[in-house]
Design a protein around this ligand. Structure first.
Ligand code: SF4
Length: 314
């Protein structure tokens, strides 16, 4: 089977002249990974593992089967997954064939795991669709979670309608200059908000959970509070409350921890102060958000993966 045969015709055309994400690199990904994300038309999986450290409704009681993709269409200076997100990242499962990926996921699902999460999938959406359809063809119908940085085109999110059960989008910034400096994408605020609005259109404010509190359908927006950027976080929350609804589910994250890459950065070189986080939590409450999660200040210790290991989080 040729590499292209695992994708439908429309996705083949996209990958041949890649306009999948807002970068629109127009490279032929069947001839190598020379676009901004650095990834070719393969499955580009860095790790498939059980992850217990997501929000309680996402991990569920036994964890979620997370598929971490290599590469990314944002190169955030402070990326916690920089081992796998940079172009050219050497990954354990790079080049793994579809049937082996499906075998691996099925093995994890057989342990009582109910959900499959696609992590940083914006540059590999055809691959995500192929994996979901492959699982369905084997009679597997896990809860599917699209765990995205939100630098997604509107039509991409539309194309996922009916395939994704739970959207888990970041909303990182509202200020173009900050988005440009930290993630190399001054249009992130506009692009991401359009994508999140489409997710909201598909799912609304309700996050449906099963008898164990596991999310089955809906949307949960994440925002990571960065050091020295309390005002930006307040504006992100205002934007969500005013332009969507304070009734959406929100995960306000304090887990920022500087990687070695930003050790000498003037603002990103430290963890978040408790006072900074508490200020943002207070604004969240003032704005009327009533559904979601806040984190303990030491939660960064639960999210320091080592992707050179088979089980990066254990
Ligand atoms: S998915 Fe990758 S190659 Fe395609 S447009 Fe985006 S960054 Fe460029």
């Amino acid at each position: 089977m040729k590499q292209a045969d695992i994708y439908d015709n429309n996705d083949q055309l996209i990958l041949e002249n890649c306009t999948l994400c807002p970068r629109e690199c127009r490279v032929n990904r069947f001839r190598g990974g020379t676009g901004y994300c650095g990834m070719d038309a393969g499955l580009n999986i860095a790790s498939i593992c059980i992850h217990r450290g997501e929000e309680p409704s996402i991990s569920g009681p036994n964890g979620i089967c997370n598929i971490f993709f290599a590469g990314c269409n944002l190169h955030c200076l402070y990326c916690q997954n920089h081992e796998i997100s940079r172009p050219g990242s050497a990954t354990r499962n790079h080049g793994m064939e579809l049937h082996l990926v499906l075998d691996h996921i099925e093995e994890i699902l057989s342990k009582g795991i109910k959900a499959v999460g696609f992590v940083s999938p914006s540059h590999v959406v055809p691959q995500v669709k192929t994996i979901i359809k492959g699982l369905n063809s084997r009679g597997q119908k896990p809860i599917t979670v699209y765990n995205t940085n939100s630098y997604d085109k509107l039509e991409t999110i539309r194309s996922l309608s009916g395939l994704i059960d739970v959207y888990l989008p970041d909303y990182k910034y509202v200020t173009p200059d900050i988005a440009s400096e930290y993630s190399g994408a001054s249009d992130y605020p506009e692009v991401a908000f359009k994508a999140i609005k489409e997710m909201y259109y598909q799912k609304g404010s309700t996050l449906t959970v099963d008898e164990n509190g596991r999310a089955e359908n809906g949307m949960l927006i994440r925002h990571l509070v960065l050091p020295c950027h309390v005002e930006e976080s307040k504006n992100v929350l205002r934007s969500i409350a005013e332009e969507l609804s304070p009734g959406v589910h929100l995960s306000l994250m304090s887990q920022y921890h500087p990687t070695s890459i930003v050790r000498n950065h003037p603002t990103l070189n430290r963890s978040l102060y408790k006072s900074e986080y508490e200020t943002v939590v207070a604004v969240m409450e003032e704005l009327g958000f009533r559904n979601g999660w806040i984190q303990d200040m030491d939660s960064f210790q639960n999210y320091r993966p080592d992707f050179s290991r088979e089980h990066p989080f254990e």
